[in-house]
Structure formats: structure tokens, C-alpha cells
Write a protein that binds this ligand. Structure first.
Ligand code: COA
Length: 432
């Protein structure tokens, strides 16, 4: 705690209150308002938590003005270029890059836990064939809590670790089952000889009738997308996992709350919305018309994949994906993809438009990821599911950090009450 203080005065009473100011490793100073209600009978009001830090965290740092994203201090660009998803998962969970032995042990444990209980596979049969895969993912991830409940002590370090490994290992298997169910194909068992991304591609695209060869280019692209999506500090779904977990609920149930939150189009659902939007625009000639719609306050249309609560500069993940998009489409022989050309043109027009410049609306991570998922052969309704697989690592890391934080209490925001003033109940006959 620093000596710096924020002094507030109440104009009505003239009473002053001094709030201690905290400082993290990076980032702005943070006024600690924890004592405000207790000592001064006052709340703060901050819809959408625009200026509110809900916790301390050692995991991820974002500087939205500079366009910087660090996992445990390492720049995302370096990790995307030099690391792989499993190593990044280890880093996010344990705080340091692993030694070779630690990496081998972790890798083995994740591969060892990939299967799901046969009864859990049966759950999918209860869903209608056209259920959205995110709906199935939400339900089935929540159902894990029915399989791993009995001995779960949320503060026990061994239980925490086995939860983390199981969740990261099983989420691709569950995601692939959701996909297979939606297209009416048999479920494919995981192959533990394959790396994380290759195994997922195998479970998504293999069929019992034929031999399936994993395309290493596709696996590499997926692995890199997973690195970029693995964590993003206190975003809506991660905050949801923390809030749900703060009650001490079963951690698998807390993760399913995060999946549900991610689904929304203002969050992880934006990658699906971007593809739908590009298909709706259809042609470069139509772009000006859609830009005008996005700027019209009376029109609900927004340019999906643009803008971010934190980034008021280019999203560094979008920069990496944009470069990868060119490379991957070329290597998959899809470099003339009309949607990618449309996306590039849309980006240029929006970046040079006064409205977007003034509001600092830059392309975000979802703007390009959908194009890569499409090139890999995934239908649009699976895009957010892919995001959920990667973000599971972040959710789990934050759940563990939250659970072990000595300052952790149940999350319980307050409100400004604007309803009716206190009044007395009247019998129906007296209500005219
Ligand atoms: C991400 C997002 C939800 C951030 O929301 P936010 O921090 O609450 O910001 P706001 O919605 O208040 O936006 C600020 C201003 O920019 C405008 N704006 C924001 N994103 C916009 C977009 N994609 N297209 C057009 N206008 C946009 C808003 O209308 C608002 O204008 P105003 O100040 O005149 O009212 C928002 O930018 C958005 O809806 N983007 C599209 C969805 C998306 O890509 N989500 C993925 C995020 S990773």
C-alpha cells in the first residue's frame, strides 16, 4: 500500500474521506474504496465496471491505450511466435514457463484426462439436432459438476490441480461431441498420441469410415489462435467465473457460467457475428452503406469485430491474427477468399473514417479469427465454441487465483435503488 491518498469531500456535509491508493506492477493508480460504505455510508456507481478493479491479479496485463497484452509478463507477440498452447496454459496456471520436465509432465496429464465419462456422452442425445453448440457446451460443462463433486474441496491444492487438468483436457472432447451431434455424425474418441490442437481436429473431422490425417498447417493455426484467446484478464466471462466461484460453488458449474457469458455477441459471440456480417455485406461495393448504418444512432447495426472496452488502439491479438490469416489462407490454398478480401477492405475504410477514428474503434481479436475458423472448415456456430476451449485455461487460472486469494469474499455488488418509495399494502378492493 502506498502513502498516496485520494481525498473526497461530501458537499452536503463537508465531511472528507481519505481513500488509500494502490499501485500494481503496471497500470493506473487504484483508489481502494473498500472502507467507503463502512466508514462514510456511501457507495460508488459504475455501470459496466468501467473504472472498477474487482480483484488483484498476477495473471494477465492489458494496456488498452498502447495495445499491449502480457501473460504473466510475457508479450503476446512473443508467445504467439515462439511458444505453444500447452506451454502457455502451464504459464497461465502456474505463473512461470515450465522446465522441459515440468512441460512433459503437464502435457502427459492433459493428454491422460481427455476422455469423458460414457454417461456424459449420453447427455448429448437429449439435445435436439439443431441446438446451438454453445447451448450444449454450457449444459454439458455444467454437468461435469455431477461427475466430479463428492471429494471436491475448493481450497485443496491437489483438488484444484486435478480440476484444472480435467477441465482443460475435457473441454475439446465436449466441444467436438457438440459439433458431431449437430451434424449427426458419431462421436470420435480422443487420441492421446496427438497434440492438443491436432487431437481436437481429429475429434471434429474424423469419421469411423475413413482414415483422417490431421493437416499440420491447420493444427498450427488452431494452436496459435488458442494462445491468443487463452486469457484476457477481467473480461465479462472471466468475471462471471470469479463471481460464480466466489460463492464456493462447484468449480465446473462456475466454468459453465463463464461459457454462458462468453456466448453473447458483445463478447465471444462476436466472431460468429463478424462472419454473418461479412456474408450480409456480401460485396465490397456495399461497404459504404454498412459503414453508414454502423454510424447511424437510430440503426441497431454495429460493425462487429470493431471496438473494445479496454483497447483504444489496435488489439495486439488482431495484429497477430491478421498476419497469420494471410499465411494460413495461402498455405491452405484459400488466399483469394472473398470474405478475407472484404474484411481487409472493410478494415481500411473503417480505419480511415472519422467516426471510427474519433471513437478509437479498431479491429478486435474476433474480426479475423472467424475467417481462419471458416478456412479450417468449421461452421460459424462453432466459432465461439473454439474461443471457449482456449479461454477455459484463463477461467481456470482465475478461479484458482480467486479461490486462493486471502482477500477473496463472496462477490456482492450494491445498487442505486430507483424504485417506489416505501408504501403500505392495500387490499384489492382499495386499489382504484
Ligand atoms: C466491444 C463493445 C461491446 C465495447 O463496448 P463499450 O466499451 O461499452 O463501448 P460503447 O458501446 O459505449 O461504445 C462507445 C461508442 O462507440 C460506438 N461503437 C462502439 N463499437 C461500435 C461498433 N462496433 N460499430 C459502431 N459503433 C460502435 C458506440 O455506439 C458508442 O458511441 P457513442 O459514444 O456515440 O454512444 C462494442 O465496441 C461493440 O459492441 N463492438 C462490436 C461487438 C464486438 O466486436 N465484440 C467483441 C469484443 S472482443
Amino acid at each position: 500500500m502506498s502513502e498516496q491518498k485520494l481525498v473526497l469531500s461530501d458537499p452536503a456535509t463537508g465531511k472528507q474521506c481519505e481513500l488509500p491508493v494502490r499501485k500494481g506492477t503496471h497500470g493506473p493508480a487504484v483508489a481502494d474504496i473498500g472502507s467507503l460504505y463502512r466508514e462514510h455510508a456511501m457507495f460508488t456507481y459504475d455501470p459496466g465496471f468501467v473504472s472498477t478493479a474487482s480483484c488483484r491479479s498476477d495473471i494477465t496485463y492489458i494496456d488498452g491505450n498502447q495495445g499491449i497484452l502480457l501473460y504473466r509478463g510475457y508479450p503476446i507477440e512473443q508467445l504467439a511466435e515462439k511458444s505453444n498452447f500447452i506451454e502457455v496454459a502451464y504459464l497461465l496456471l502456474y505463473g512461470e514457463l515450465p522446465t522441459q520436465t515440468q512441460l512433459d509432465t503437464f502435457n502427459h496429464s492433459i493428454r491422460y484426462h481427455t476422455m469423458i465419462h460414457e454417461s456424459l456422452r449420453d447427455f448429448f442425445r437429449g439435445f435436439h439436432y439443431d441446438a446451438h453448440p454453445m447451448a450444449m457446451l454450457t449444459g454439458v460443462v455444467g454437468s461435469l459438476s455431477a461427475f466430479y463433486n463428492a471429494a471436491q474441496d475448493t481450497r485443496n491444492k491437489d483438488d484444484q490441480e486435478i480440476f484444472a487438468h480435467r477441465m482443460i483436457a475435457k473441454i475439446p472432447t465436449i466441444a467436438a461431441c457438440a459439433y458431431k451431434h449437430s451434424i449427426g455424425q458419431p462421436f470420435v474418441y480422443p487420441r492421446n498420441d496427438l497434440d492438443y490442437a491436432s487431437n481436437l481436429l481429429h475429434m471434429l473431422f474424423a469419421v469411423p469410415a475413413e482414415t483422417y490425417e490431421v493437416d499440420p498447417v491447420a493444427a498450427q493455426a488452431l494452436d496459435m489462435l488458442f494462445i491468443l484467446h487463452a486469457d484476457h484478464e477481467q473480461n465479462a466471462s472471466t468475471s462471471t467465473v470469479r463471481l460464480a466461484g466466489s460463492s464456493g460453488t462447484n468449480p465446473y458449474a462456475a466454468i459453465s457460467a463463464g461459457v454462458a457469458c462468453l456466448w453473447g455477441p458483445a463478447h465471444g459471440g462476436a466472431n460468429e457475428a463478424v462472419l454473418n456480417m461479412l456474408e450480409q455485406i456480401g460485396d465490397v461495393k456495399q461497404i459504404p452503406q454498412y459503414i453508414a448504418k454502423a454510424k447511424d444512432k437510430n440503426d441497431a447495426f454495429r460493425l462487429m469485430g470493431f471496438g473494445h472496452r479496454v483497447y483504444k488502439n489496435y488489439d495486439p491479438r488482431a495484429t497477430v491474427i491478421r498476419g497469420m490469416c494471410h499465411k494460413i489462407l495461402q498455405r491452405l490454398g484459400k488466399e483469394n477468399d472473398p470474405l478475407f478480401e472484404l474484411a481487409l477492405e472493410l478494415e481500411q475504410i473503417a480505419l480511415n473514417d472519422e467516426y471510427f477514428k474519433e471513437k478509437k474503434l479498431y479491429p478486435n481479436v474476433d474480426f479475423y479469427s472467424g475467417i481462419i475458423y471458416k478456412a479450417l472448415g468449421l461452421p460459424t456456430n462453432m466459432f465461439t465454441v473454439m474461443f471457449a476451449i482456449a479461454r477455459t485455461v484463463g477461467w481456470v487460472a482465475h478461479w484458482i487465483e480467486m479461490t486462493n486469494d486471502p482477500e477473496q469474499r463472496i462477490g456482492r455488488p450494491r445498487q442505486i435503488y430507483t424504485g417506489a418509495a416505501q408504501r403500505d399494502y392495500l387490499d384489492p378492493a382499495q386499489r382504484d
